[in-house]
Design a binder for this molecule. Structure first.
Ligand code: ZN
Length: 213
């Protein structure tokens, strides 16, 4: 059984998730966008040690705390979808230069679409969902019925597509044709704002009524 803590971090209130296996005392950090000290304190308070960092995409507000965390926990692996290498290795594209904290990430393990990781005793499936950025992905835990949707799918809305490598018809396709294939009861944990479910988004999301393609 996994438990999930959410920290809202950084300039644009990004959701960072700390997913814990309490029996093992281990956790996975999804999108550590800022406030490494707060993330470390939360893990210490819960008596848990990170085994991995998973990135849904490369924007500054999802990656800024990575260097400090990998400094504090040198054994942990950082993962991202392979098509996001362009952003993670370019401080202009990932917008860290814009906020005057230019940063790139070098030691990332790049994942393929459909690849499955076993972390915390659970399967984490990578789902490529281009649109917000070309290499945006979601992480789906089929047995737990949980989706980390990054900035692809929000409660009622989707991520912006006007930043480098963004594409509005691609995000429309990613949500309608890929994410909406998941079961209605899937819990959606987005990169900003509140939790939702696939069923709720099927009924209410603006993307389901739009024609951008
Ligand atoms: Zn983003």
């Amino acid at each position: 059984m996994l438990s999930i803590a959410r920290l809202v971090v950084g300039y644009v209130s990004t959701n960072c998730y700390i997913v814990c296996n309490e029996q093992e005392g281990s956790c996975v950090i999804v999108d550590p966008g800022d406030n490494a000290a707060g993330i470390i304190k939360t893990m210490k308070d819960r008596n848990t040690e990170p085994v991995a960092i998973l990135l849904t995409h490369g924007h500054f507000d999802h990656i800024l705390a990575v260097p400090e965390l990998t400094g504090a926990y040198p054994d942990i692996q950082v993962y991202a979808y392979e098509a996001e290498k362009a952003l993670l290795t370019d401080a202009g594209l990932n917008e860290t230069r814009m906020i005057r904290k230019p940063m790139t990430l070098d030691s990332v393990r790049y994942l393929k679409d459909g690849e499955e990781l076993t972390l915390l005793g659970a399967v984490w499936r990578v789902i490529s969902t281009p649109g917000h950025t070309a290499g945006s992905c979601c992480y789906y835990l089929p047995e737990e019925g949980i989706l980390f949707s990054g900035d692809t799918l929000f409660d009622g809305d989707c991520g912006r597509t006007d930043l480098p490598t963004g594409n509005s018809s691609a995000i429309l396709h990613s949500i309608r044709e890929i994410l909406m294939k998941l079961p209605d009861e899937t819990q959606v944990l987005p990169g900003h704002e509140t939790f939702t479910t696939i069923g709720r988004e099927r009924r209410q999301n603006i993307v389901m009524r739009m024609n951008w393609a």
